[in-house]
Design a protein around this ligand. Structure first.
Ligand SMILES: Cc1cc2nc3c(=O)[nH]c(=O)nc-3n(C[C@H](O)[C@H](O)[C@H](O)COP(=O)(O)O)c2cc1C
Length: 418
């Protein structure tokens, strides 16, 4: 019986343990978590979601305060088109985060950064280009293009000196999305180094509609592999979404996958950025507590725990401070939903907004608990402590459980006193 450790992920000259920990914004996949994956010979991701906010928290910059001070005059204005990011600060924040991470890297693995296209920042092309180029300048091993089709993303960085040597990958949820990406990127004469195929059970935003349950990861992976074989493209395919045990992973590796990408199991790791309260909520969640809804202003369905404190909250939009989801014309569907509710309840001191959420503020505060579909199984992966709470395992424990387990077994972490 094979284990994950019997396989290797080949990316250029690198031979890796074929386990990638997926990017989880906003700083849920911390540098500490990504660095553990690299130390253990796999691939970890940091994320550049809300990078200025992360930089203020971790590297003592004051980007958010400065931006708010600059645009305070606009707070009551429904039109947010004037609220722009300073590209120099986006560059600085990305560089600080990547440099601080890469400086601490040990082991033979790699650290990549997850770059979401849907983080449009009121100037989609300009901000994405700066984010990717700054990450390359600061020495990131690779970039995973996420949350969007990224039809122009290779073109944005093709002049960068590291365009051909850094590892570049794309996340897709269908053959069609991959075909489009390859067609539009062909002009740059560069193929992606890996393709993550994310199925409908993943956490975060989904590359499916509300009919996500009709789809199945293994089928999409087989379709992608078939297409790549027909095109004679030898690219590692990395399935993601609902791979909960080493045995689940081996099934994909035996199909010919180059590696697997996982996240949910690591949301409750010590090194994960979620606060303790959220980790315990993930452990406690039952299957019925998990939903896919459409409250994210990105327009993509998102999976989350129904009791996330941010759901239904009618806080005032905070675009002057954050504004990471403002589209190319300065619009966010939460701003519109909030203003609609204020107009409908002029006397109310506190309003509720049910159809959209202020994702920037709530992700910053860890109040939207996005999660994978199999979060309800996390309770089976650890010990219950004397006070009734769940023991938080180390990332190393979880990583090695994926790497070495057989027979659908889940190794519990060594028990500790409460
Ligand atoms: C809490 C959480 C946050 C996530 N955030 C992101 C993100 O910011 N960008 C992204 O591309 N994927 C994101 N994902 C998806 C993961 O990177 C990964 O591909 C997927 O969740 C793997 O499936 P699994 O969670 O069932 O293992 C997130 C997943 C979780 C659980």
């Amino acid at each position: 019986m094979k284990r994950v450790d019997d396989f290797r992920l080949r990316l250029g000259k690198h031979e890796l343990v074929p386990i990638m920990i997926g990017g989880m914004g906003v700083d849920i996949s911390t540098a500490d978590l990504a660095l553990e994956a690299a130390r253990l010979g796999g691939v970890g991701h940091i994320s550049d979601a809300m990078i200025n906010t992360v930089s203020d928290r971790r590297y003592e910059t004051r980007h958010v305060k400065e931006k708010l001070a600059l645009y305070k005059y606009n707070v009551n204005n429904e039109d947010k088109s004037a609220v722009k990011f300073d590209l120099g600060r986006v560059e600085e924040a990305t560089r600080l985060h990547v440099e601080a991470t890469m400086r601490r890297k040990q082991g033979d693995g790699l650290v990549f950064i997850n770059c979401m296209e849907k983080l449009t920042m009121n100037a989609p092309r300009e901000t994405l280009k700066v984010r990717m180029e700054a990450a390359l300048d600061a020495g990131i091993d690779g970039i995973t293009l996420a949350a969007g089709l990224h039809l122009g993303s290779f073109g944005l960085i093709e002049e960068h000196p590291r365009f051909r040597d850094a590892k570049l990958g794309i996340i897709v949820s269908s053959v069609r999305a991959l075909q489009l990406f390859l067609k539009k990127s062909a002009r740059t004469g560069r193929l992606p180094d890996y393709v993550v195929v994310e199925g409908p059970l993943a956490g975060g935003h989904l590359g499916f509609g509300m009919d996500w349950a009709q789809y199945d990861l293994a089928t999409i992976v087989a379709e992608v592999m078939h297409y790549l074989r027909e095109e004679k493209l030898d690219l590692p395919v990395i399935p993601a979404g609902g791979i909960f045990t080493g045995t689940d992973a081996v099934q994909f590796l035996e199909m010919g996958a180059g590696g697997i990408q996982v996240a949910t199991r690591f949301t409750v790791a010590e090194e994960c950025g979620l606060p303790t309260e959220a980790k315990q909520a993930y452990f406690k969640a039952t299957e019925d507590d998990i939903e896919v809804n459409q409250i994210s202003p990105t327009g993509y369905p998102m999976r989350m725990i129904k009791s996330s404190p941010g759901i239904g909250s009618g806080i005032r939009p905070n675009c002057e401070a954050y504004g990471y989801l403002l589209d190319a014309s300065g619009k966010c569907s939460y701003v519109a939903a909030y203003n609609r509710e204020v107009a409908a309840h002029p006397e109310a001191r506190k309003i509720k907004v049910m159809d959209k959420t202020c994702l920037c503020t709530h992700m910053r505060n860890f109040d939207i608990w996005t999660c994978g579909q199999l979060t309800w199984r996390l309770k089976d992966t650890t010990n219950v402590l004397a006070d009734g709470s769940y023991q938080v395992p180390s990332a190393e424990h979880i990583f090695k459980d994926y790497q070495f387990s057989i027979d659908q077994q889940l190794a519990l972490p060594p028990a500790v006193a409460a």
